[in-house]
Design a protein around this ligand. Structure first.
Ligand SMILES: [Zn+2]
Length: 108
């Protein structure tokens, strides 16, 4: 299950979109799909969806929801220095793996 460790963006992170129609926009990661290497970002890659009526007689609705996008199209914004950065890893003394910002070298 190595790939679970390979995905560098996690739920709750703020990311900068670097490719596609939402390029240059920022958003919060709502969900991460490590297997597919995809993420769901608030307000990014919005798609219209038809919601079926729950009961007969009710009208269906169109809702706008973010669609998953490739994690490689996003760059993490470091919460410590505020820059869009690549993520590195460091092993702590407790043998745990910590994410570090490549720009400011702080744990994130
Ligand atoms: Zn940083």
């Amino acid at each position: 299950m190595m790939w679970f460790n390979l995905m560098k963006i996690k739920k709750g992170d703020t990311v900068l979109i670097i490719a596609g129609k939402d390029r240059g926009r920022k958003g919060k990661v709502l969900k991460a799909f490590p297997k597919e290497n995809k993420i769901l970002v608030e307000g990014i890659n919005l798609k219209k969806k038809h919601q079926r009526p729950r009961r007969s007689g009710e009208k269906g609705q169109i809702v706008i929801l973010p669609g998953p996008l490739d994690a490689s199209n996003a760059k993490l914004i470091c919460p410590k220095c505020g820059k869009a950065t690549r993520v590195g890893y460091r092993f702590g003394e407790d043998k745990k793996k910590y994410r570090v910002c490549k720009k400011c070298q702080q744990e994130i």
